[in-house]
Design a protein. Structure first.
Length: 183
């Protein structure tokens, strides 16, 4: 986190995730379902190993959130990731971003996205990509991503047709989110 972000979020810090964190992030992940899919600990551990960016958000040493983002060309078989790969646009794909329910509403999602945009900018990527559920609906996430500059580039049914997602992309510019978390 930048000093500006730290001053807004006293007691919070970001750190790289490792495979050994998978058992700790699994309950956070599963509590966020259906916004993110419930995922076995072993699959989360593998996801961390294929991720280009895997960060944990801690409050006083306890993980209260995380983000996992994947660069192009990864050995990852997600339907949504494959959609973005097929577009042939250099991107950093946010597979999941999770904030503990007790911590929501404090601007922490924007803090994690700032880290993603910073990484994408350093890597010379053209955009950050992700998806948000349309069915089951997730209007809070849709509004949040719109505030961050994401626009819909497609939709698709996933998980055997049981979920409809909006596929989103936000361009990387020199000043994208440089001012710290959005309110």
């Amino acid at each position: 986190m930048s000093p500006q972000q730290l001053s807004r979020h006293v007691g919070y810090s970001l750190r790289p995730l490792s495979v050994s964190d998978a058992p700790e992030i699994a309950p956070l992940n599963d509590a966020a379902s259906p916004a993110v899919p419930a995922t076995p600990t072993s699959d989360l551990a593998r996801l961390i190993t294929v991720a280009d960016l895997a960060l944990g958000l801690e409050r006083e040493g306890i993980l209260v959130g995380f983000v996992i983002a994947i660069a192009p060309g990864a050995d990852y078989d997600s339907e949504n990731y494959r959609f973005f790969e097929a577009r042939a646009v250099d991107h950093l794909y946010v597979d999941r971003i999770v904030i503990a329910e007790s911590e929501r509403g404090a601007g922490l999602g924007a803090v994690l996205y700032d880290a993603v945009f910073d990484a994408a900018r350093r890597q010379g990527r053209r955009e950050v990509t992700c998806e948000v559920n349309l069915d089951p609906p997730n209007p809070g996430s849709q509004a949040f991503h719109a505030r961050l500059g994401f626009v819909e580039v497609g939709t698709q049914r996933t998980k055997g047709g049981s979920i409809m997602v909006s596929l989103l992309a936000a361009p990387i510019t020199a000043d994208t989110h440089d001012d710290g978390p959005l309110s």
